[in-house]
Design a protein around this ligand. Sequence first.
Ligand code: MSP
Length: 481
Amino acid sequence: MKKNQKNKFYITTPIFYINDIPHIGHAYATIAADTLARYYRGKLGEENVLFVTGTDENSQKTINAAESKGMDVQEYTDETAKKWQDTFSKLGITYSRFIRTTDDDHNNTVRDILTKVYENGDIYKGIYEGLYCVGHEAFMKSEDLIDGLCPDHNKAPETIKEENWFFRLSKYQDKLLKYIEDNPKFIRPESRRNEVLSFIKNKGLEDFSISRESQSWGIELPFDKTQVAYVWFDALLNYVTAAGYGTDEFKKWWPADLHLVGKDITKFHCIYWPAMLWSAGLELPEQIFAHGFFNIEGNKMSKSLGNSVSPLDLVEKYGNDALRYYLLREISFGNDGDFSMNRFKVLYESELANTLGNLVSRTAAMLKKYNNSEYIVNLDVKSLVGLEDFIVNLEFEKYLSEIFSRLTALNVAIEDNKPWELIKNDKKKAVEFLSSVALEIISIADDLKYFLPDTCESILKIFNDGRVDDTVGILFPRLDM
Ligand code: MSP
């Protein structure tokens, strides 16, 4: 079998910290992953797609958040993880598993892998003194601070001095450099790959601490009960836990086909993760794709600005598909972008309500009026070709743009053919024309359903088997209604 001819597809999103409720930045990778999972299910069969998302719970942030609410940590994690699960369910995310790093099977994975890595000689004891940023859940270098503050979190890191266990990352430097150079698609997009390559070449890889002495919450090290695993070492391993590590399932799913991550966490995924996997004797994922960040109305999304946008508020008002459409159409995946309510409404009105919604409703209405709701099903119509490359390459905006050009062309064809005039003296021609439009809409809905599942389900119901069903409501109600 050729490498790119897949027989299964395992896709992951980052797992989310639970000190926060989900904002649209978090929904972004999850919606993209959901779109891909739906596509691959259609190609490979339901049973051959594994799509995992979840929550990253064993961190200092969790402890701080629980304390600030005066809650027990376990109680806090249960309550917050549920909020994340509910949000993703309401967004129509079709994950196969929602993993929590407090799940028992994950605990077993982490302890098992730590034992393997330890026995392999890649873990040793040392003293760490450094600046720890809880926002990043990582140590920082003083040269990365601005006026003593972490530039991303605007907070001074804590100075921590601890006896910790270290992972021999440095040992894997040459192997990793060669691997990334030899496998141009391992890290995408190209810009991120180059960043990682130059990081390794210019800064070199230093061993990192994989345990915490002072933290009370987390996964105990199997070889030292006084310490818990460092949250990133633990969190990355969620990907193997969810693939059924330790069971027969694992052979089927591992290695993962695609890790979708944000550009802020590439170092962990593209440097720490491959080295950890090698040390544990496991294969590397096929690809890590880092998407960009988006601002809100031109400003960085931040707690202090209080400008974060809730995906639930948006979908309550505009529907799931409108949010999916905006995120995957407006911003080229991999690049940074902006979330603007004004642009959201413009795209909703012009592309979803007008180009798509109107095309469907006018075609259905004319068929009802001119031909008793019936249309001819055995006409040859063209379908869009070349779209698959776009989705496989995560060029979602190109995929959608092709589809919308075709929808626009269909609207133009209606204006040009004027079925409302044609019907007066050539009914056959009018019905044939409208039937061909209906058939093209069906074929487009079939391509669009990964992106707009609810809408396409309605479209396929409206044009079902030769008859227009006029009981389905308006696809995208006007915003002023
Ligand atoms: N828990 C870690 C990931 C562990 S994966 C083994 C983490 N969690 S997070 O909740 O802080 O972030 C999760 C994801 O949300 C990251 O991929 C991050 O890039 C993404 N985003 C957070 N804010 C974002 C935007 N403003 N825009 C786009 N994505 C953003 O990191």
